[in-house]
Ligand binder design. Structure first.
Ligand SMILES: *[C@@H]1O[C@H](CO)[C@@H](O)[C@H](O)[C@H]1NC(C)=O
Ligand SMILES: *[C@@H]1O[C@H](CO)[C@@H](O)[C@H](O)[C@H]1NC(C)=O
Ligand SMILES: *[C@@H]1O[C@H](CO)[C@@H](O)[C@H](O)[C@H]1NC(C)=O
Ligand SMILES: *[C@@H]1O[C@H](CO)[C@@H](O)[C@H](O)[C@H]1NC(C)=O
Length: 458
């Protein structure tokens, strides 16, 4: 009995020791490979941060900052069971130079390449039955979004600016300093009209600074364009005609052939960047905002002018974006909200982003955003999508308390010079815009010296 037992044990040892050794060896290699990938990844991200030329690959998992959660923590962890995350992981993996050394992250492939990559990842992910079943359980609006999220090449129906970068003064003597790109809808004629008469006037705007050496006015040229989709169902052919006439009159309308719904707003950014890249070569800055905001344009011009005067600005202009920056926001999980995003669609926090009421970025950044957006699946909340593109450019928006996307803190608004301390406030009706603008002009004498807000609370 004892002998038998001993023989058994010997046999067991004979068979098992090589197995155990193999397992240990395997584990060892596994750990080594993982830790090396991790190291290489952080190294790449660090390189990316310091050298503007290689800033187009940011290894996921290399940031410990929660506001970057729109990228998976480890790129080899593919089983985030939320649709958007799954789709994007597939795309991000493709541009990972460790997994795909032939894809250098520094060169951007053609638009058709990006398009087909997005489409391929989409059919790869949604090809699975469990994914498809989950898709069917999404809210109707989200299903609609998903079924169209591969398309972004909607044609322009009205382009009244006729090949130029929006409406502007005919006698511009230098490239525009600021293009106002305002998201509007067919129906919001009143908003557009109020903006045209107030803060959205095109032409020369002087800053508050004077050029003392030459006693010359300092300022910049402003241009304007409205970004519009289509209202369905069309009330009558007149709606189309009216917008066309408006466009001929003011030359500041671009209309694309997609339906102007909340979840389609991201298309306006993507298509605008595309249009900007081919029409606005020289424009220094872009203001992108809604048609229900009040902008203190002279302050904006002064702020941008001052920014350009700072040392080293030229080097950072590539990634310049300023606005009301929101960090580490969680997706809205309230079903009735228009911002509702279920966790079967997106998991994790949102990346740091600038609130969509209004944000300013450089023309160069607009072109980078155009390029990188080809590698990012559309996301139904527009300003979050912009944030997701920014993360992939390794660029960070700057927060400025002058952008009041959630209005004034209580009572501050009643102060005489309140509107002279801001860059933007949301939200104001067309009638209010006209009153506020008049008031601002009237109080200019008394308030010209008040500085911009420096704190969010007062
Ligand atoms: C994350 O990074 C952003 C941008 O660099 C920064 O503003 C924010 O404070 C950081 N958050 C944390 C929790 O470190
Ligand atoms: C647009 O430009 C083209 C070519 O420059 C010109 O023929 C056409 O009349 C212009 N259209 C308008 C509405 O100005
Ligand atoms: C004032 O004019 C001079 C000469 O054109 C120029 O070099 C300088 O940058 C200007 N200053 C400002 C504040 O624009
Ligand atoms: C976006 O626009 C397209 C084209 O008009 C439309 O078919 C689709 O339903 C819209 N998507 C959403 C989410 O409204």
């Amino acid at each position: 009995m004892a002998r038998c037992h001993r023989r058994w044990r010997r046999r067991l040892i004979c068979v098992c020791s090589p197995c155990i050794c193999l397992v240990l060896l395997f584990l060892y290699f596994g750990i080594m490979v993982c830790s090396n990938i991790n190291k290489a990844a952080s190294q790449l991200a660090i390189n990316a941060m310091h050298s503007p030329k290689s800033r187009h690959f940011v290894a996921p998992g290399s940031f410990h900052n929660k506001s970057f959660a729109s990228m998976p923590k480890h790129f080899w962890k593919l089983h985030e069971d939320a649709l958007w995350n799954q789709l994007q992981v597939t795309v991000d993996r493709h541009f990972n130079p460790i997994l795909n050394p032939q894809n250098t992250p520094r060169t951007f492939q053609s638009k058709t390449f990006h398009d087909s990559l997005l489409k391929r990842s989409f059919s790869e992910v949604t090809g699975f039955d469990p994914v498809r079943r989950k898709l069917e359980q999404l809210p109707q609006q989200m299903q609609d979004f998903v079924s169209h999220m591969n398309r972004r090449n909607y044609p322009i129906i009205i382009q009244s600016a006729n090949g130029t970068c929006g409406a502007g003064a005919v006698d511009e003597k230098e490239p525009p300093l600021l293009l106002l790109a305002i998201k509007s809808t067919e129906q919001n004629f009143k908003n557009r009209q109020a903006i045209r008469q107030t803060w959205g006037q095109v032409g020369w705007v002087a800053t508050h600074r004077k050029n003392s050496s030459r006693r010359k006015e300092v300022g910049g040229y402003i241009r304007r364009v409205f970004l519009i989709g289509k209202d369905y169902p069309q009330e009558s052919v007149w709606d189309v005609k009216l917008l066309q006439m408006e466009g001929e009159q003011y030359r500041d309308i671009i209309q694309w052939d997609f339906s102007d719904t909340f979840f389609n707003l991201t298309l306006k950014d993507v298509l605008f960047w595309n249009w900007f890249t081919s029409h606005c070569g020289q424009t220094r800055f872009v203001f992108k905002g809604d048609d229900d905001v009040f902008v203190n344009t002279p302050n904006m011009i002064t702020y941008l002018h001052d920014h350009l005067k700072k040392p080293h600005t030229e080097h950072t202009l590539n990634e310049f974006m300023v606005g009301d920056v929101i960090g580490a926001a969680a997706p809205n999980r309230v079903q009735k909200s228009k911002y509702f995003v279920p966790d079967s669609f997106y998991k994790g926090l949102y990346p740091t982003y600038a609130g969509g009421g209004g944000v300013v970025y450089s023309g160069q950044l607009a072109k980078w955003l155009h390029k990188i957006s080809g590698r990012v699946h559309l996301f139904p909340i527009d300003d979050v999508f912009v944030g997701m593109c920014m993360v992939r450019l390794n660029a960070h928006p700057i927060h400025h308390p002058g952008f009041l996307t959630f209005d004034f803190p209580s009572k501050v608004e009643d102060e005489l010079c309140a509107y002279h301390t801001i860059l933007l406030v949301h939200k104001r009706s067309p009638t209010q815009l006209i009153e506020l603008w008049d008031n601002m002009l009237k109080t200019q004498g008394q308030c010209w010296h008040v500085p911009l807000r420096v704190s969010d609370n007062k």
